[in-house]
Design a binder for this molecule. Structure first.
Ligand SMILES: O=C(O)CCC(=O)C(=O)O
Ligand SMILES: [Fe+2]
Length: 336
């Protein structure tokens, strides 16, 4: 590597071919402000990827300090000069209220604009158009809920996710799948553990497409829990032999407890994989589109051992679910 690689003066205005690569190099060498200046300059010259890259840095906060409202304005600049992925990211942040209040109608309009040129955006728009929603993206029709147990509360809502919506969730999650982890009770950090042998993907706020944002609002209604209390959606995939052994979704000693869980069965046609609550002797057989909702804590907020549950081993085929853990109070999804 050239000795001068770390010196920003060698790059700014040096006319090198790919300003994004150069900005990354400069940033890695510890010259964040020079890297930002390089991206801004390239963006102003019409390089939409440079603006999109800068917006990503501002959102992540790893290279330069996080600044979500500046990320939003930088993203706007990237979209204005035609960056298609930035357009979808802008939709996600507009709908979930990152850097500005959540604005469903604004997000829908942005997606409609993006859909004119981008088939991926067009497909997402068609999915949202097929939903029955109000002006804020909430379901405009009621869902029937079948209560399986009053105490602890365990209930099922049948047919609450369409096959197209399920495919969309799987398509977004598939490239993000990695071995599942659990929260370490001592360090509170995610760690691999034999209790949970599935693969999973976290759909963070930057990956939350408009169909997924609508789905989150549906879960808010079904769980009677504010949207802002939800952790990012987890998509889990279990192959033969994989399982989630008996556990509580509540986290020991956590002040902002996981009070409610919503598990959406994305497919069926596999063997095994039932969700089992031993203390209630309840076995829920997964059916594509059904949503299982249960409370993990008692009314006074402590972990309820009666809602301990397991995802039994899959014995044939592949099981896909979407799990939403909802907290007692607001949860910052960027913490995940
Ligand atoms: O796979 C299942 O049926 C249970 C999943 C589960 O317990 C969870 O995601 O918290
Ligand atoms: Fe669980």
């Amino acid at each position: 590597m050239d000795r001068r690689d770390g010196d920003p003066r060698c790059y700014v205005g040096a006319g090198m071919a790919d300003p994004v690569q150069h900005a990354r190099q400069i940033a890695r060498a510890g010259h964040g402000p020079a890297a930002v200046a390089l991206l801004e300059d390239a963006g102003r010259r019409g390089n939409s990827t440079a603006f999109a890259e800068l917006a990503a840095w501002l959102l992540r906060g790893d290279i330069i300090p996080r600044d979500v409202s500046r990320a939003r304005s930088t993203l706007r600049q990237a979209v204005e000069i035609g960056h298609v992925d930035a357009a979808l990211l802008e939709v996600a942040l507009t709908a979930n209220g990152t850097g500005a209040p959540a604005d469903w109608r604004g997000a829908f309009s942005l997606l409609a604009v993006a859909a004119r040129n981008d088939p991926v955006a067009a497909q997402q728009l068609a999915l949202v158009r097929a939903m029955k929603l109000d002006d804020a993206g909430y379901p405009s029709t009621a869902f029937d809920i079948e209560v399986l147990s009053a105490e602890p509360y365990i209930a099922v809502c049948r047919g609450a996710l369409s096959a197209q919506e399920s495919l969309h969730l799987a398509a977004i999650a598939n490239p993000l799948l990695e071995p599942s982890v659990v929260v370490d009770p001592v360090t509170r950090r995610p760690v691999a553990h034999p209790v949970r042998s599935s693969f999973n993907a976290t759909i963070g706020p930057a990956q939350e497409t408009l169909p997924i944002a609508a789905f989150s609002r549906r879960l808010e209604v079904l769980t009677n829990t504010p949207l802002g209390n939800g952790e990012p959606l987890q998509i889990l995939r279990y192959t033969v032999g994989q399982e989630y052994k008996l556990h509580s979704d509540a986290i020991p000693g956590e002040p902002n407890q996981r009070t409610v869980t919503a598990i959406t069965y994305m497919n069926d046609g596999y063997d095994g994989g039932e969700t089992y609550f031993p203390s209630q002797q309840i076995v829920v057989t997964p059916r594509a589109g059904d949503i299982l909702i249960f409370h993990n804590t008692t009314a006074d907020g402590v972990a309820d051992p009666r809602s301990r549950h397991a995802g039994l081993p899959v014995t044939k085929g592949v099981k896909w679910i979407a799990t939403k853990w909802l907290r007692n109070s607001r949860y910052n999804p960027w913490d995940s």
